[in-house]
Design a binder for this molecule. Structure first.
Ligand code: PLP
Length: 359
């Protein structure tokens, strides 16, 4: 007799992690938008001291980290809810705002976790296609709001296309969103966004009562392995996020690493600047070769390879580039180390030349 299980789970795909080359293989893992740099010595040295406390539970209130973040962001600590990565906080936001069958609205293609987290919460995903340039179609998204809509995710810059939404477009969108609907601006890549007219999540948080912002230490700050991210949200929402969180989900090591990273932001910014420079150089090389690649404001680029995607991805792998392919759609390649970046352009140019459908 088989064990009784929740029937709707069979319809939910498992989250797919970016592929990793086998040990000893000469290849670059550019499939998960990780920071290619090793953690700062100033961070690992501080963590070594913290190791002596891991027999104890962490302080779930994380007063030191919340104090620093609140001060920097110009909010109260009660507006901040931490999680084991911002993906956990995204799930908490859905649990905190939806009743069974309520709708969670987001653009598609966007972050792979949104539909999974929505289904797991018992809510219904409503996915509005990106426009021709791989950008959010905020007009269509506003039209897709119904009386069942509880939550909207705007991923800015968008994973995996790297596009941004501008301030005027988000203001026009907010004018059409009922104030009972929470709009979450997911800024996992905000540090790499140098676009002058991009919407800035914290501006919107300060200007609208129904906006929350998601930030993570995983990407620009290079702490993906420690799992820490947070939402800035209206305090009544943040209080419910804490209720939906797994107790002690944010470890003392993660809290310490976040504090140390904020204390050494100057060093981290140099690396961020290098990644941005490498991104722009790569886009320039691809365009010079006649490839029509969209701007990216994140630490990755996007190739709309359409039907040729799996073939192009196989050619990239053969050239040592392990990217993230979405069959029938496109390929996301993270900006990596200087050595990795030196091989990306050549690999992409020759992979596309051999593919039947040119990008
Ligand atoms: C990577 C990513 C996250 C979260 O990462 P965590 O490691 O869970 O903090 C959230 N949103 C988007 C769009 C991402 O790409």
């Amino acid at each position: 007799m088989s064990i009784v299980q929740r029937s709707s789970l069979s319809a939910i795909p498992a989250y797919k992690q970016g592929a990793t080359p086998g040990a000893g293989e000469q290849a670059f893992k550019l499939s998960s938008n990780e920071n290619p740099y090793r953690p700062l010595a100033s961070v690992t040295a501080g963590l070594a001291l913290e190791l002596g406390t891991i027999n104890q539970y962490p302080n779930a209130a994380a007063p030191e980290l919340l104090g620093i973040l609140a001060h920097r962001l110009g909010v109260e600590p009660s507006n901040i809810a931490l999680g084991s990565g911002s993906v956990e906080v995204a799930g908490q936001l859905i649990h905190a705002t939806t009743n069974p069958g309520d709708e969670v609205l987001f653009a598609w293609r966007s972050f792979e976790a949104y539909p999974i987290l929505t289904h797991v919460a018992g809510a219904t995903p409503v996915m509005v296609p990106l426009d021709r340039n791989g950008a959010h179609d905020l007009v269509a998204m506003a039209e897709a709001i119904t009386e069942r809509t509880s939550l909207v995710f705007i991923c800015n810059p968008n994973n995996p296309t790297g596009t941004v939404v501008n301030t005027a477009a988000v203001d026009a969108f907010m004018a059409k969103v009922p104030s009972r609907v929470l709009v979450v601006i997911d800024e996992a890549y905000v540090h790499f966004n140098i676009s002058g007219d991009s919407a800035i999540g914290m501006d919107f948080f300060h200007r609208y009562p129904n906006v929350a912002v998601l930030h993570t230490f995983s990407k620009a700050y290079g702490l993906a392995g420690l799992r820490i991210g947070y939402a800035v949200a209206p305090s009544e929402v943040a209080a419910n996020l804490r209720k939906t969180a797994i107790p002690f989900g944010v470890t003392s090591l993660a809290q310490r690493a976040a504090v140390l990273s904020l204390e050494h932001e100057g060093e981290l910014q140099e690396r961020i600047d290098e990644l941005i420079t490498a991104r722009e150089a790569l886009l320039g090389q691809l365009r010079a070769a006649g490839i029509n690649v969209t701007d990216s404001q994140a630490n990755f680029i996007w190739l709309s390879t359409g039907e040729a995607t799996m073939e192009v991805d196989a050619a990239l792998r053969a050239a040592g580039i392990w990217a993230r392919a979405f069959a029938g759609d496109g390929i996301r390649i993270s900006i990596g180390s200087p050595e990795a970046n030196a091989t990306i352009a050549g690999a992409v140019i020759s992979a596309l030349q051999d593919a039947p459908a040119h990008v």
